[in-house]
Ligand binder design. Structure first.
Ligand SMILES: Cc1cc2nc3c(=O)[nH]c(=O)nc-3n(C[C@H](O)[C@H](O)[C@H](O)COP(=O)(O)OP(=O)(O)OC[C@H]3O[C@@H](n4cnc5c(N)ncnc54)[C@H](O)[C@@H]3O)c2cc1C
Length: 256
């Protein structure tokens, strides 16, 4: 795995919806190495442990990275105080990204703040992809215009029906599969959603990759704090690290 520490300048920052922030930073080294599904560890002043945040975009030619995060606690609250021109200390890119197999009909499923990592995949697969993204309500919806600009078909779901389809992404996925071919599913979001998506994919015999989120200390394999049970091909179960063995795993390998 190749990663580096980079002191990055904030180029843009904006609040996408209440408590959800998008930052673009100048990171020529990390952006050159980055792949869809990888993440960076961001140093937060006054905190010992860095905070892991997925890449929502990377542009090697422009030397930029984009990430989107939700304020969950003290660390992310402090991260959201960074302004244009400030310096952010990042380590990355970390983790194994999505494997990007050849596929003709792809479904990308994002739940809430798990939606941003689907954007680089949408840009990669373009018109071959359908994005199903789910949010609590209309006020927390993000990235719909960016997905449309990537040329994908977009299905929006909200839990309360205040925008798009009234229901869960797994229901929208079942409805989609009833009338469309699909040979690859990728997902990131809450664990119950990804468990449901992996079960639907298994039922239909579709290859599925999930991006797990675990509490994480170092991000590069030293602390083993993020280990999860993963089924091996021989039927045994191993403890693997989400940071270096993942965060992307095949859906059927995960011990949900
Ligand atoms: C690989 C990966 C990618 C992620 N990508 C994103 C993203 O793109 N956008 C986003 O909003 N969030 C993302 N998260 C979750 C994000 O890292 C946590 O919300 C954040 O660390 C919370 O920090 P805090 O100080 O605000 O909260 P606190 O709860 O105060 O944090 C306390 C400690 O717990 C850890 N922690 C808390 N929640 C989580 C969590 N869910 N996952 C991992 N560590 C946690 C923190 O790192 C910190 O060490 C990702 C997590 C992982 C593992």
């Amino acid at each position: 795995m190749r990663y580096t520490q980079e002191f990055t300048k904030v180029l843009t920052c904006r609040e996408l919806s209440a408590g959800i922030y998008e930052y673009t930073v100048a990171a020529p080294q990390i952006s050159r190495l980055a792949r869809a599904g990888q993440f960076v560890q961001i140093l937060v002043e006054g905190k010992q442990l860095r905070r892991p945040i997925s890449l929502a975009g990377f542009d090697a030619a422009a030397g930029t990275l984009t990430f989107i995060f939700e304020i969950r606690g003290e660390g992310t609250r402090r991260m959201a105080e960074a302004q244009v021109g400030d310096t952010l200390d990042l380590i990355g890119p970390l983790g194994n990204g999505f494997p990007l197999p050849e596929a003709e009909h792809v479904v990308l499923i994002g739940g809430g703040i798990g939606t941003p990592p689907m954007l680089p995949l949408a840009q990669y697969y373009g018109g071959k992809a359908t994005v199903i993204s789910g949010f609590r309500s209309a006020s927390s919806v993000i990235l719909q215009e960016e997905f449309a600009a990537a040329g994908v078909t977009v299905t929006l779901c909200t839990d309360d029906g205040s925008a798009g389809f009234n229901g869960f992404t797994t229901q929208a996925l079942e409805a989609h599969l009833a009338s469309h071919p699909c040979d690859l599913i990728c997902t990131c979001g809450p664990t119950p959603m990804m468990r449901g998506v992996a079960a639907v994919a298994a039922k239909h015999g579709i290859s599925c990759f999930v991006s797990l989120e675990e509490r994480m200390g170092c991000g590069f394999g030293a602390c083993v704090g993020c280990a999860v049970d993963i089924k091996q091909a021989n039927g045994t179960v191993s403890r693997l690290k989400v940071c270096t063995d993942g965060p992307v795993f095949a859906g059927e390998e995960v011990c949900w």
